[in-house]
Design a protein around this ligand. Structure first.
Ligand SMILES: NC(=O)C1=CN([C@@H]2O[C@H](COP(=O)(O)OP(=O)(O)OC[C@H]3O[C@@H](n4cnc5c(N)ncnc54)[C@H](OP(=O)(O)O)[C@@H]3O)[C@@H](O)[C@H]2O)[C@@H](O)CC1
Ligand SMILES: Nc1ncnc2c1ncn2[C@@H]1O[C@H](COP(=O)(O)OP(=O)(O)O)[C@@H](O)[C@H]1O
Ligand SMILES: [K+]
Length: 498
């Protein structure tokens, strides 16, 4: 499912209207009806419903929603924040129909509504959409603030909550706090910015018949969905052997962090890897081996370890930050000609030698969380949180790496700048070890997949999905351990990726 900026959405609108020939009025009718259908599932006919409308097409969607609800017998009225003379085009067309049908219609007088927002059971925000520029002006800011204070009301936003930008990089002062946002055709970039989650609430995408084909040739952003996992998950052939599913190498294991490589190895095997080897300090091997008997072990000595005899490697989990491990990491990066995942302490060392990435020809996957990523990109966590798409895309294309920016909304960027968002998972994963398990799953899938992007998206999807399934059935969001996620993978794989 494509994620768009405002300008991309306008291009989709233009293409659909001018080149395909679907009229704007009809698109507005489709949008309003689809959103009204969604809202009707959440409200009752006893509810007092107020639709707040603005000057543009977002307001036009609001007129269609109000008419649809009214004709179905709901108690709805419309409040326009602008005089009728300001309403033009398709929105005016639908305002006329609204008035012909007899839906109660009022407009704001001297900045005040003639009804108390506090008395409303349902407030629908069709004030501003993707045409929003800058901070809210009066009277929008005041009305939005009042609406947000109506604690008893269910609040729905049309397309985007009024006050938010569609694009990343814009700080929000005041915005409508929706319980649920019905977004038109494609989620907008800003829906995946952490600070905006409190305004969007739950997000539902409504299909109104727009054609997104006009965007096909641009580097794109997409949400990776279950149907994408089902379509691309590696198939296990009946006559395959262990070598068919890849030989993976995990390099790490500082004496005080034996768990990281252990969990990564076990997760890689559970995700389907054919063979997994752990290269760790020989003191550690006897400690780890009983916990992952299916793996093989080798001393972490680059004179004897032939990295390229493996199909892919993961390095950095529990590697340590000593000078010695820094030079070990540098040697690995210089020697490896296989796809390599770099996580945790590997990312720490990489910061000082990131120019090596430009010379490196084999695929490199970086899996930082926000703090690690901000360090690597020489920026702050808050700047990265506000501009995660553009900053990671710039880094990926400059350094030629795959970048998996870990978080509740994980953004995966390819070397070409295409981006995928994976939103599975919940706060049960906010616990030490989750990242090690993810690295293991990613390695397991990298070994079995023809496409690196699919391996990364699928790996991150099943990691989060497993946490969702476990916290729904057998665990709480408090107790879940990273190793529980490994043991929960069978449930996810059996249901999604048979
Ligand atoms: N085919 C279609 O057309 C379809 C359209 N669709 C729907 O249309 C929506 C986009 O409609 P749109 O382009 O009319 O923009 P929209 O956001 O409603 O209003 C812009 C107005 O806001 C005003 N304004 C801006 N910033 C402001 C601020 N900070 N504070 C205060 N005011 C501010 C600005 O005023 P101005 O600055 O020009 O005076 C301008 O007049 C889209 O989100 C979707 O819901 C869908 O139904 C699909 C089919
Ligand atoms: N609140 C959350 N919601 C969903 N996923 C989360 C949340 N917090 C963490 N995660 C996931 O857990 C993992 C944490 O990785 P990381 O911070 O590297 O953990 P560690 O280094 O402790 O192993 C990431 O995959 C991230 O997407
Ligand atoms: K809106």
């Amino acid at each position: 499912m494509r994620i768009v900026t405002a300008s991309e959405m306008y291009e989709v609108d233009r293409f659909t209207m001018e080149e395909v020939g679907l009229e704007g009025k009809m698109l507005m009718e489709n949008a309003g009806r689809a959103i009204a259908e969604g809202i009707m599932k959440e409200i009752s006919k006893q509810d007092e419903i107020l639709v707040l409308t603005g000057p543009g097409n977002n307001g036009g969607d609001g007129f269609v929603i109000a008419r649809t609800l009214y004709l179905k017998g709901y108690r709805v009225r419309v409040y326009s924040l602008v005089p009728e003379e300001k309403i033009k085009g398709d929105a005016l067309y639908h305002l006329n129909i609204l008035q012909n049908v007899g839906v109660p219609f009022h407009r704001l007088q001297n900045g005040e509504l003639a009804v108390r927002l506090e008395g409303m059971d349902v407030i629908i925000d069709a004030m501003l959409g993707i045409g929003t520029k800058g901070a809210l002006r009066s009277p929008y800011a005041e009305i939005v603030d009042k609406a947000n204070k109506c604690e008893q009301a269910m609040r729905f936003a049309v397309d985007i909550p009024t006050g938010l930008s569609s694009d990343e990089g814009v700080e929000t002062e005041v915005a409508f706090k929706a319980h649920k946002t019905f977004t038109v055709q494609c989620p907008k970039e800003s829906a995946f910015i952490e600070a905006n989650a409190q305004y969007y609430g739950e997000l539902e995408v409504v299909d109104i018949g727009l054609f997104t084909e006009s965007l096909v040739n641009r580097p794109g952003k997409k949400v990776w969905l279950k149907e994408d996992v089902v379509r691309t998950f590696p198939v296990r052939e009946r006559f395959s052997h262990k070598g068919s599913h890849g030989r993976g190498l995990i390099i790490g294991g500082a004496p005080n962090m034996p768990g990281a490589v252990m969990m990564a190895a076990r997760a890689a095997l559970r995700a389907g890897a054919g063979l997994v080897s752990i290269a760790a300090s020989h003191h550690l091997i006897s400690t780890i081996a009983p916990y992952v008997p299916e793996a093989t072990y080798t001393d972490l000595n680059l004179k004897t370890l032939d990295i390229d005899s493996f199909h892919a490697a993961a390095v950095g989990m529990g590697l340590g930050r000593s000078e010695q491990s820094a030079s070990l990491f540098e040697d690995i990066l210089r020697l490896a000609n296989i796809p390599i995942i770099i996580d945790a302490d590997g990312l720490y060392h990489l910061k000082k030698m990131k120019n090596m990435l430009k010379e490196h020809t084999a695929p490199v996957v970086l899996t930082p969380h926000f703090k690690e990523a901000a360090d690597l990109l020489d920026t702050t966590v808050s700047a990265l949180k506000q501009n995660p798409f553009s900053l990671t895309r710039a880094f990926s294309t400059e350094y030629g790496v795959y970048f998996l920016l870990k978080g509740p909304y994980t953004i995966i960027t390819t070397t070409d700048g295409d981006q995928y968002v994976v939103t599975t998972g919940n706060e049960s994963l906010a616990k030490g070890g989750s990242g090690d398990v993810l690295s293991g799953i990613l390695l397991g899938l990298l070994l079995q997949s023809h496409h690196i992007t699919e391996a990364l998206c699928n790996g991150r999807f099943i990691h989060g999905k497993t946490a969702e399934i476990l916290t729904r059935h057998t665990h709480s969001r408090y107790d879940l351990l990273a190793s529980d996620v490994i043991e929960g993978l069978p449930m996810t794989l059996r249901t999604i990726c048979k």
